[in-house]
Design a protein around this ligand. Structure first.
Ligand code: ADP
Length: 483
């Protein structure tokens, strides 16, 4: 089976969030099952060296106002197709945002181009490689389906994967013409969203199947509470919607080999975790206290992540003698509030504003528990890294957090199967109670260590999920074959 992935980021080359981790990992897991996968992403500056050593497969002399080339290169076990278009992607800083922090004004052209080229590859742009199936990811690749609709020739089946429905890629309808899209597709049952062009909406309306990244989020998406205005469409397409849980890259995230750790450790030998804790305390200026947990947060600082709730809980957390190390960046108000908290609670709350992949590993290695109070969470990866590193996840009961963490309630403790703490409703009060429960469990070292070991053994690799993706693609091909 030949499969084309289209996405806007891919770890370890270019990453702003969990999407990149998934795009970097699933193709490898699918390749292990015999699938021939190529991943189409833009050649941002971070990928310039890679592009320079690749070979040109196709040339587009005028892709929305400039010259573009498709470059094939293999790296980190991935077969990449890099879309080189300097007028669209050769820009410094964040891939989505300009220097002032606003969206690039031509994001419709940038990701319209990515989508258009995805559709071209699907309809024969490459001489030696024609995909049997497409899997496109998030709004940036949503228009692939629209370009295929207007291709006027047979096209492969297409799966649209939603990693976060909050990001929909909405643009003024005026851009339709610049994108070369037919007006006939611009309807409420197509790619129109209340008078605007919706990239994600196009993907949801015109795809053969829709997946999202956890079973609970798939159920939540059909509700007005979580569907972000697209719940009606999700309900209409419920029969084609399924949730396939994300896994993690077990090689990149392995406490037994992780080069970012002060000391490696394993489920059989947890001792090394202490050295990481000490390193983390030093890095964040926290005073050591072996009797209380060191909590961490590794996150975008946005209202989705519920970190305003955590601010309200800091007096209680500090009052219990616990500590917090936070690494994150995002909304200015939250960045400010956490910087203030770090000075108010010096020695108990440490904050680093920024994005630091290496430090995120040390935080998983050196903390006792990771706090994830998200208001919604399609899947979430940091709780999975927490499980892998024996860093107990303390999570809101929503989306993928609900699907991946087994709450330490009395029944689960009696059955020895708890791997973390869940709380609901998603309020500061319930989060404070969860922090208190965590401190109480931490004070019972035998119970705590047993929970750490269970967490570390919890299966979170990609094998099961990759098999589910493969079964989905195969069912689409079988349907085509049967028709
Ligand atoms: P989302 O994709 O909504 O941001 P996920 O939990 O799915 O949330 O994935 C977030 C990814 O980004 C994880 O790999 C996490 O470790 C990483 N991450 C988030 N913030 C930072 C940061 N400030 N520094 C380093 N890594 C970060």
């Amino acid at each position: 089976m030949k499969l084309l992935f289209v996405a806007s980021e891919c770890a370890p080359f270019i990453k702003t969030g969990g999407l990149a981790d998934v795009i970097g990992a699933v193709p490898k897991a699918l390749a292990a099952l015999g699938v021939d996968v190529k991943v189409l992403i833009p050649a941002y500056p971070a990928l310039a060296d890679l592009a320079a050593r690749g070979s040109e497969l196709a040339h587009f002399p005028d892709l929305f106002g400039g010259d573009a080339r498709l470059i094939a290169v293999t790296a980190e076990g991935l077969n990449l197709l890099l879309l080189e278009a300097s007028h669209l992607f050769d820009r410094p800083g964040n891939i989505y945002l300009d220097a002032k922090g606003g969206d690039w004004a031509d994001n419709h052209l940038r990701y319209g181009a990515l989508s258009k080229v995805g559709a071209e590859v699907a309809t024969g742009a490459l001489t030696n490689w024609h995909p049997d199936v497409l899997n496109v990811h998030d709004w940036q690749a949503g228009l692939v389906s629209a370009y295929l609709r207007q291709a006027g020739k047979p096209v492969p089946p297409l799966v649209m994967t939603v990693h976060n429905i909050a990001f929909q890629g909405l643009f003024d309808a005026k851009v339709l013409r610049a994108l070369g899209l037919q007006k006939s597709l611009f309807t409420p049952s197509g790619m129109e969203y209340f008078g605007q062009l919706g990239f994600l909406k196009a993907g949801l309306a015109f795809s053969d199947r829709i997946t999202t990244v956890s079973p609970t989020y798939a159920r939540e998406l059909v509700s007005s509470e979580f569907g972000m205005g697209l719940d009606g469409l999700m309900r209409a397409r419920q029969a084609d919607l399924s949730g396939i849980l994300n896994g993690i890259d077990l090689e990149a995230w392995n406490p037994e080999t992780d080069a970012e750790l002060a000391q490696t450790y394993s489920v059989r030998g947890l001792k090394g975790k202490a050295a990481n804790r000490t390193a983390l305390e030093a890095r964040f200026g926290l005073k050591p206290n072996p009797d209380t947990p060191l909590f961490c947060v590794v996150s975008r600082l946005t209202s989705q992540k519920g970190l305003d709730l955590l601010l309200e809980c800091l007096p209680g957390l500090v009052g219990r003698g616990a500590r917090l190390a936070l690494l994150g960046s995002g909304e200015a108000a939250l960045e400010r509030a956490y910087a203030e908290a770090a000075s108010r609670y010096a020695g108990s709350v440490g904050v680093i504003i920024g994005y630091d992949e290496g430090l995120s590993h040390l935080m998983q290695g050196g903390s006792d528990a990771i706090l994830i109070p998200s208001r919604f969470e399609p899947c979430g990866l940091t709780q999975l890294y927490g499980l892998r590193y024996g860093t107990i996840p303390v999570v809101a009961r929503t989306g993928g957090l609900a699907d991946t963490v087994i709450d330490a309630n009395p029944a689960a403790m009696a059955e020895n199967c708890a791997t973390g703490i869940q709380f609901t409703p998603i309020t500061a009060l319930a989060l404070d109670q969860a922090i208190e429960r965590t401190c109480a469990l931490f004070a019972q070292p035998k119970l705590w260590q047993a929970m750490m070991r269970r967490a570390m053994r919890h299966p979170i690799g990609w094998d099961r999920s990759a098999a589910a993706y493969l079964a989905l693609y195969q069912s689409l091909l079988d349907e085509r074959g049967a028709s």
